[in-house]
Design a protein around this ligand. Structure first.
Ligand SMILES: Nc1nc2c(c(=O)[nH]1)N[C@H]1C(S)=C(S)[C@@H](COP(=O)(O)O)O[C@H]1N2
Ligand SMILES: [Mo]
Length: 335
């Protein structure tokens, strides 16, 4: 990955984080009322941190309604301090919109994410093209607070909204030949300037994959939003993968295709630099990237004077949940 020796732009001057936390406590107690939300509570649920002037992304009506009906905080709630909303939406990797961390925020604001369809194909009994609404509606939205560790050695803590990947995949009835899942990002050079660039960066569209047992692990998540609302375009609206024990590049954005396959998919970064990036990409402080150490990370927000460098944990701190998936594998080889 192209590493920029720069400090993150927009270090958090104002954060909406404390208000957000209060709201979450409120939300949990409101949800405790066995679904009897008064209209006033519903209004409170949909309100976002007011002191933060960062843009909000309302998303489609049906999703707003679903968010207001219920977002259940489930068991996966990292205790780490949340990365402020401002940083989550303005320090991004989304190469389709440019290579600088600030490019996605600057260039993705008009990205059309509604209507949206997802094509399901390959080794399944129920292939088809589904409207995002039909894809998401059958599920209860959950909130999960996960650490996200980029392979470039920075990290964030993000409150995602979304649905468990396993629940979604099972609906399409995978056949016994489905050994891997392949995900593909939208290809639309009209909207994604870097896809039309003559200075080819990546082989578009962006592709990622998981082994089926990884995809079925309870941690694997399909996110439709952050901070209690719909996904900002720069974060991969309207649907992106979140696999928190793996390096950030596995978390493919703006998904339009999910294919069940017998063979290991060729993921974009592995194709681009096979000696530097593998298929598995499990966070591993013991195996350095050929060009830098993976032993520590900069936890955002971080600056020159306050780098906030912390130790990187095996499987990004999720070993208990996922280490068993790799027990017979040499993780120095299978990077
Ligand atoms: N389609 C697509 N998905 C992508 C990327 C990308 O360039 N294109 N970048 C990846 C990388 S390297 C990281 S670290 C995360 C960043 O997610 P965030 O911008 O929401 O923090 O998205 C991942 N998903
Ligand atoms: Mo990344």
């Amino acid at each position: 990955m192209l590493i920029k020796q720069k400090d993150p732009i927009l270090p958090s001057e104002i954060t909406g984080e404390s208000i957000y936390k209060q709201r979450r406590v409120f939300m949990q107690s409101a949800l405790g009322l066995a679904g009897t939300l008064a209209a006033s509570n519903v209004a409170a649920l949909s309100s976002l941190p007011q002191e933060d002037d960062s843009p909000k992304y309302p998303g489609p009506k049906w999703l707003q309604q679903q968010q207001q009906q219920s977002i259940s905080p489930d068991q996966f709630q990292a205790k780490d301090k949340l990365t402020p909303y401002k940083d989550v939406i303005s320090y991004n990797n989304f190469y389709e919109f440019g290579l600088d961390k600030s490019d996605p925020f600057k260039r993705a604001q008009n990205f059309i994410t509604d209507p949206w369809q997802v094509e399901i194909s390959g080794e399944v009994n129920k292939p088809g093209v589904y409207n995002l609404e039909d894809f998401v509606k059958p599920h209860t939205l959950q909130e999960r607070i996960y650490r996200m560790r980029c392979v470039e050695a920075w990290s964030m803590v993000i409150p995602w909204v979304g649905i468990p990947l396993a629940d979604v995949l099972k609906r399409f009835e995978p056949t016994s030949k489905a050994k891997y899942i392949e995900f593909t990002t939208l290809h639309d050079p009209q909207q994604m300037p870097q896809q039309g660039s003559l200075f080819g960066t990546l082989d578009w569209p962006y592709v990622e994959g998981l082994r089926i047992d990884e995809a079925m692990n309870p941690l694997a998540f399909l996110a439709t939003g952050v901070y209690g609302q719909s996904m900002p375009p720069q974060n991969g609206a309207p649907l992106r993968l979140v696999v928190p024990w793996k390096y950030g590049f596995k978390n493919i954005k703006s998904i339009v295709k999910i294919r069940f396959t017998e063979h290991m998919p060729k993921n974009t970064w592995h194709k681009t630099a096979p000696r530097e990036y593998g298929f598995y990409a499990n966070v591993n402080p013991a195996v350095d990237h050929p060009r830098w150490s993976q032993a520590t990370e900069r936890r955002l927000p971080s600056s020159l004077f306050s780098p906030n460098r912390i130790e990187t944990l095996p499987f990004n701190g999720y070993a208990e949940e996922v280490a068993h998936l790799y027990k017979n594998m040499d993780l120095r080889k299978w990077i």
